[in-house]
Design a protein around this ligand. Structure first.
Ligand SMILES: CCCCCCCCCCCCCCCC(=O)SCCNC(=O)CCNC(=O)[C@H](O)C(C)(C)COP(=O)(O)OP(=O)(O)OC[C@H]1O[C@@H](n2cnc3c(N)ncnc32)[C@H](O)[C@@H]1OP(=O)(O)O
Length: 178
């Protein structure tokens, strides 16, 4: 279902249907929303974002980061920004790229049985445009750890071109911290 939603996001972004079809589709979306509303659950019970076995954890917010290899200190894989993430002139939106870094770095920060941490800061440098509809190489790695503070880095490449890089601080939560 989430795969279909991602495809729909891309198609909606890239389409200019005639007004009659727009009306018809809007009604269909509204019907779906009403039907899903009947099955609303709490955050704890929701499926999206919790399915670690599915691409993108089964959520549609963040472009899917596909892991090729990983250990407790590194992760390497690929990411593809579809039309939904267009900023302009074929380049991914500058706000979509930190989403991917937060996901990659955040998952690694919390891997290996470490206590859960949250992003304290995420700095992103845009080195070159990040193109849409291409499989981009993406990597993240542990830089250092100081008490509760975990410093991680990451980068996204289009072939040999470094598109963007990031540094994040993740702070391990104290008991009772939300
Ligand atoms: C929870 C996730 C579920 C995961 C489940 C698995 C699901 C699969 C993986 C999902 C992958 C996606 C992962 C996304 C992760 C998010 O995106 S979380 C959402 C975005 N982040 C937030 O909402 C965090 C909001 N901020 C906070 O909650 C609190 O400020 C923090 C970050 C927990 C820190 O607060 P605190 O515990 O009171 O820490 P505090 O004592 O102030 O500082 C501790 C140290 O960190 C330093 N520090 C704190 N903030 C900063 C800062 N901004 N700059 C510099 N230094 C700082 C302090 O100076 C201090 O340093 P030392 O004095 O010890 O040297």
């Amino acid at each position: 279902m989430i795969e279909s939603l991602r495809l729909l996001h891309d198609r909606i972004t890239g389409a200019a249907p005639p007004p009659e079809l727009l009306k018809e589709m809007t009604r269909a979306f509204e019907d779906l929303a009403v039907e899903l509303g009947l099955y609303a659950v709490s955050e704890r019970e929701q499926i999206t974002g919790h399915r670690i076995d599915l691409p993108g954890r089964g959520q549609a917010l963040v472009p899917v980061f596909t892991v090729d290899e990983s250990d407790d200190e590194h992760v390497r894989g690929s990411v593809r920004f579809g039309r939904y993430y267009l900023g302009g002139n074929g380049a991914a939106h500058g706000g979509a790229i930190p989403l991917v870094f937060d996901e990659m770095l955040g998952r690694l920060a919390n891997a290996g049985g470490r206590p859960i941490s949250r992003t304290a800061y995420l700095r992103v440098d845009y080195r070159s445009i990040t193109p849409l509809d291409r499989d981009l190489r993406a990597e993240a790695w542990f830089d250092r750890e100081e008490g509760r503070k975990r410093f991680l880095r990451g980068a996204i490449f289009d072939g040999e071109t470094r598109c963007a890089e990031a540094e994040g601080l993740f702070v391990a939560l104290n008991p009772g911290q939300p």
